[in-house]
Design a protein around this ligand. Structure first.
Ligand SMILES: CC(C)(COP(=O)(O)OP(=O)(O)OC[C@H]1O[C@@H](n2cnc3c(N)ncnc32)[C@H](O)[C@@H]1OP(=O)(O)O)[C@@H](O)C(=O)NCCC(=O)NCCS
Length: 219
């Protein structure tokens, strides 16, 4: 797939990465058939997710709702309106978490979000995945800026952009919704394209593949 469009800053963007391979994990566009293994991963992570993710208060939902959600994410991905990825084991039999390159920022920029299954935290997985997706955002999606937003109290999450060479640009007070819906503070961490070469992200081992399964260069 070589179809190209032009971004608002003139850098040519191409087909998004439908599949990304990191050192240990596979990130790929969700399929409705993943509903069962997603539900399993969410069910065993519920307390850990409810601590930080407002959407987790309604989890776990039933299989029908998961199928509907994955159909929506798949449609958004195909229409280039948002790129939500599942995080899978290398054999793709288990869901290890969720992540995404989200198109909710102004300018030619993407925001990365992430959650990791509760029994797999503190092994560097979120750092590995955020590094890989940051590299993909710059080299495949051709953005000029990647952001990670998190609650300053979420020390595990804030450690990730810090380790990857992002700069903390702002601490917005009471501008985000906390897990119970009440206002909470939000850190904004940013990496610009011209900082990529000197950041730990540059060394991330990643392979990206388009919708036909052809490898897309990430250097
Ligand atoms: C945040 C989250 C994604 C991190 O995933 P992970 O795979 O455990 O992350 P990593 O192992 O790559 O890195 C976590 C870092 O936090 C550090 N950390 C862990 N517990 C900590 C603590 N209590 N205090 C300070 N640092 C801590 C780890 O040591 C690690 O840093 P290091 O590699 O320098 O040692 C995971 O905890 C999660 O899914 N949380 C719930 C959802 C969530 O909060 N998502 C982010 C929303 S912004």
């Amino acid at each position: 797939m070589t179809s190209k469009t032009t971004t608002d800053t003139g850098r040519p963007a191409r087909c998004p990465a439908y599949r990304v391979e990191t050192e240990r994990a596979v990130l790929r566009c969700w399929r409705p058939a993943d509903a069962g293994i997603l539900l399993h991963a969410l069910t065993r992570s519920i307390d850990h997710l409810r601590e930080w993710m407002p959407w987790a208060k309604d989890e776990p939902t039933d299989l029908e709702e998961k199928i509907a959600l994955l159909r929506r994410w798949r449609a958004e991905f195909d229409q280039d309106s948002d790129y939500t990825y599942g995080i899978f084991s290398a054999n793709e039999e288990e869901v290890w978490g969720g992540t995404g390159l989200h198109k909710r920022l102004a300018g030619n920029a993407l925001e990365i979000g992430y959650w990791i299954r509760a029994d797999l935290i503190n092994r560097g997985l979120a750092t590995e995945i955020a590094a890989a997706l940051t590299k993909v955002a710059f080299t495949v999606n051709k953005v000029d800026r990647v952001e990670i937003h998190c609650d300053p109290a979420n020390v595990r999450s804030a450690a990730i952009p810090r380790k990857l060479g992002f700069t903390q640009e702002a601490l917005l007070r009471r501008r985000a919704a906390g897990p119970d819906g009440s206002p909470t503070d939000m850190m904004i961490w940013t990496l610009f394209l011209d900082q990529l070469g000197n950041s730990p992200v540059a060394g991330a081992r990643v392979k990206a593949f388009d919708v036909l399964g052809s490898e897309i260069p990430t250097s």
